[in-house]
Design a protein around this ligand. Structure first.
Ligand SMILES: [Zn+2]
Length: 124
């Protein structure tokens, strides 16, 4: 198996998400959408899939799979939720989530961007 096979990325994913990832590839194939996965990984307890090159028609499928991963234990595939321990985020079921606790917020860096109107009329 090489980097150019989509299933290569199974090795890079938590075992609990293997089925989810296989389902995604099958759904895409069933609808005649050909994709090449550039990278698939776990980040902040969520599945992340990057395609190469961008395949716009696959976006909704990817988004749905990523959403599903947020409710699927990454160890066993049972229903799970986002948990945290020592700044490590993971989506886990009650069994595998022992010792973890619920995060106080989403593990994302948020930026507040304000647009300035440089014409001298103040902020937009
Ligand atoms: Zn589990």
């Amino acid at each position: 198996m090489t980097k150019y096979d989509n299933l290569y990325w199974l090795d890079n994913l938590p075992t609990g998400w293997a089925q989810l990832y296989r389902d995604l590839l099958e759904d895409l194939a069933a609808d005649g959408i050909s994709v090449r996965v550039a990278e698939a990984k776990e980040k902040f307890g969520s599945l992340r899939i990057y395609l190469q090159p961008g395949t716009p028609e696959a976006k909704a499928y990817i988004a749905a799979a990523e959403l599903r991963s947020k409710a699927t234990c990454q160890h066993c595939g049972d229903a799970g939720e986002l948990l945290v321990r020592d700044h490590l985020y993971a989506t886990l079921c009650p069994v595998h989530g022992q010792g973890f606790s619920k995060p106080s917020g989403e593990p994302v860096v948020s930026l507040n961007i304000r647009f300035l109107d440089l014409s001298g009329e103040g902020e937009v």
